[in-house]
Ligand binder design. Structure first.
Ligand code: FRU
Length: 497
């Protein structure tokens, strides 16, 4: 039975969606159907299509009582909205249906596992959110909450484990048909940890162990964990809160973390050997992955960050929040690599390409522009082969605005800068990362989709993501060099088909 709260949300989102023009949204990135969107939830393959749910507050362009929005796609680029899947309408989730995941049950139904939130007044008068894990079962459109919710609560937690920070279950099916699940939690030391749970049927869950403890190495609380095998390695993704910076690898505040290591299944022992950021840009958080039918591990993140999502507050838009491009993951040389899903090639129009363009000072090239583009650049030292001091590409540009990506080979620093992208807020607008290059040779691929840029460096070795809400008409591109650069460039318009 659909509750009154869910019925109202469905009616509201349907009406508000009508008022949003298609070209006021990204073309092939999923955005909120109406109102506010944060984390991707329940990213799964079910009944012939990908399902993406998301943290959702349809009534406002700011975060509020969390619902689950819902969309489906066959190619991860064209999304169709379905009615909101969950509303905070039960006693155990009345203050929010927080993040979670989805899986197909043996009987063909789809299982959603999410965090139910209830505010509880403490002795000092303060309200804290008690978080438990809950289930809903459905047919891909309508979901019934499980009568025995919550299925995991404080009784399942060890001494010292916080019942106020216990959220974001990610489930998977094991080879023997049983289920595993990782959940973020805060232990007594106040930092973060990922807990492992198991279930024979998806409904009865039991605690296994602490899969990985933060010990305050990477921020504090770990949100939205994901755990999977990739190219013979075991990968743990998580989004730590309250990070301190470490060189150019990690930045302050909400960050992303990828741990790569080994997993011994018999004892459920995960040993991490390598750690890195998932995305080195400004707007990327809480990613979740799915395994495609053809065996690709595909990741989508929320293409915003809690610390920078004030960017659009002065405008009161009808929607706020986008998902990143779906990215194919792999492990190479012990690092996480990400590339746009190969389906993106099907959106490419005819390319405009130039080879060996000398860049000194500022260069504009006929046919190289646009706000829905796939732009490939290969740069190396120009004439005399002396190392240049700086190369930059400016995009989403007009007389007033531009966003830029610049590279200083002597420092190996690549910088994304959206300071001149129309923001009137004193928030972070630049971020730097260290990249690999040989004598100033660097490969870059920039994907723009009206309000965002995703920069793939050296065939996916690193990614920098940022949103920009500059007027769409600002579609110019220019290249700049201090010193002499030689550049190959191909620009594909990405067509809405
Ligand atoms: C991460 C997060 C999750 C939580 C959700 C609430 O962005 O804080 O931990 O489930 O957002 O909307």
């Amino acid at each position: 039975m659909t509750s009154q709260t869910l019925r109202e949300a469905r009616k509201y989102e349907e009406a508000l969606e009508q008022r949003i023009q298609a070209d006021e949204r990204p073309a092939f990135h999923l955005s909120a159907r109406a109102g506010w969107m944060n984390d991707p939830n329940g990213f799964s393959w079910y009944q012939g299509q990908y399902h993406m749910f998301y943290q959702y507050h349809p009534y406002d362009s700011h975060w509020g009582p969390m619902h689950w929005g819902h969309a489906v796609s066959k190619d991860l680029l064209h999304w169709e909205y379905l009615p909101a899947a969950l509303a905070p309408d039960a006693p155990y989730d009345k203050d929010g249906c927080f993040s979670g995941s989805a899986i197909e049950l043996a009987d063909g139904r789809q299982l959603l596992m999410y965090t139910g939130v209830v505010k509880e007044q403490q002795k000092n008068g303060e309200f804290l959110e008690v978080q438990t894990q809950c289930l809903a079962v459905g047919n891909g459109v309508d979901y019934e909450k499980y009568e025995k919710n919550p299925v995991l609560d404080e009784k399942d937690l060890q001494k010292g484990f916080s019942r106020f920070d216990f959220r974001d279950p990610k489930i998977w099916k094991k080879a023997d048909g049983t289920y595993g699940c990782v959940i973020g939690n805060r232990p007594a030391d106040g930092s973060g940890q990922v807990l492992l749970f198991q279930s024979p049927d998806g409904f009865h869950w039991s605690y296994v162990k602490v899969l990985c403890a933060n010990n305050s190495r990477f921020g504090m609380m770990w949100e939205c964990p994901d755990f999977f095998t990739l190219d013979g390695h075991q990968v743990l993704l998580t989004s730590p809160q309250d990070m301190l910076p470490q060189g150019f690898e990690y930045h302050n505040g909400n960050g992303t973390l990828c741990l790569i290591g080994d997993y011994e299944e018999k004892t459920d022992t995960f040993t991490a050997q390598h750690s890195q950021s998932i995305d080195y840009g400004i707007d990327f958080y809480a990613p979740q992955t799915v395994l495609s039918l053809d065996g690709r591990r595909i990741m989508i993140g929320w293409m915003q960050n809690w610390d920078t999502c004030g960017l659009r507050t002065s405008e009161h838009p009808l929607w706020y929040g986008q998902m990143s491009l779906p990215r194919e993951l792999s492990v190479k040389n012990g690092r996480l690599y990400q590339n746009p899903v190969r389906e993106l090639h099907s959106l490419r129009g005819a390319g405009v390409s130039y080879k060996q363009v000398p860049v000194t000072g500022t260069v504009h090239l006929e046919g190289i522009k646009g706000r829905r583009i796939d732009l490939e650049l290969l740069i190396r030292p120009g004439e005399g082969e002396r190392l240049y001091r700086k190369f930059a590409v400016r995009f989403a540009q007009d007389e007033t605005y531009y966003t830029s990506l610049s590279f200083r080979p002597e420092e190996s620093v690549l910088k994304i800068d959206r300071k001149f992208s129309g923001s009137r807020r004193a928030i972070i607008h630049q971020r730097r990362c260290l990249v690999n290059h040989t004598n100033g040779c660097l490969k870059l691929r920039l994907i723009l989709d009206r309000f965002s840029v995703e920069v793939f460096v050296n065939d996916g070795e690193q990614v920098m993501t940022a949103t920009m809400y500059t007027p769409k008409e600002a579609d110019g591109i220019s290249f700049l060099a201090d010193g002499a650069v030689c550049m190959d460039v191909v620009n594909y318009e990405l067509i809405e088909r």
